[in-house]
Every structure is written in structure tokens, then in C-alpha cells.
Design a protein around this ligand. Sequence first.
Ligand code: V8M
Length: 125
Amino acid sequence: VKKCSLSGSWVNDLGSNMTIGAVNGDGNFEGSYHTAVSASPNEIKVSPLQGSMQRGTNQKGQPTFGFTVNWSFSDSITVFTGQCFVDNDGKEVLKTMWLLRSRVESINNDWKATRAGRNTFIRTG
Ligand SMILES: O=C(CCCC[C@@H]1SC[C@@H]2NC(=O)N[C@@H]21)NCCc1cc([N+](=O)[O-])ccc1O
């Protein structure tokens, strides 16, 4: 199967954009994330991401990965995890699930502090 690389620019089903840099020898990478949506009252700003992808030798070119977005405009953080697939037209698709953890004032509100969801990313440009 054609290799699926994370490096480059992506857009997801919400219209959020992300750019991922080179993946280093340890499988780690950095990048930036510009979310199209937010539950924060603050103005949305580009936020840094860092993550890792699996590059096992038996990997058939469709690696699993995870990354964390440390929101620069809101006291919250999101972890994404997923896999990079090459679809039938040879296009690369990232299928992910995420957990968004918001800061809450009291442990009594901890129950409502984590949102979960899915996002699909395709390459831009
Ligand atoms: O909104 C954010 C940051 C942007 C998250 C974008 C998500 S990440 C998954 C998904 N995929 C994607 O591309 N964009 C979305 N943080 C929560 C803010 C917040 C809200 C409340 N509140 O509403 O009560 C309380 C406390 C809080 O800190």
C-alpha cells in the first residue's frame, strides 16, 4: 500500500486547518493547529501541536499516531489519536478521535470537563 505521511497541511470536517512538520527519527513531530470552532469566549488563535507516529517495521504504510494541541487562547487541551489511511483513490485520510479537556473551577465539575468526538482530515493543496 502507498505510504501515508503525516507531514504537510490538512483540513478536517469542521474546517479546521493543521500543518505538521517533518517526522524525526523517533517518530515525533510538531506543528500548528487553527481550529474553525471553539467553545471558548476568547478569539481563536493558532495553537501548537506535538505528537508521535508509529513507524514499526511491519507497518504496512498506514501508521497510527497521536498528537496534543495546547490551545493558546483557552485553558484547555485536546489529544487526538488515529490512523493515516490511503483510500481507494490513493488519497490520504486521517481518521481520528479526540478528547477535549477544559479547566473547571472545582472537582465537583470534573464530570463535565471532558468532551469527546471524531474528526476526519484530508490534505489541502
Ligand atoms: O474550545 C476550546 C478550544 C478549541 C477546541 C476545538 C475542538 S478540538 C476537537 C474539535 N476538532 C477541531 O478541529 N476543533 C474542535 N476549548 C474549550 C474552551 C472552554 C469551554 C468551556 N465551556 O464551554 O463551558 C469551559 C471551559 C473551556 O476551556
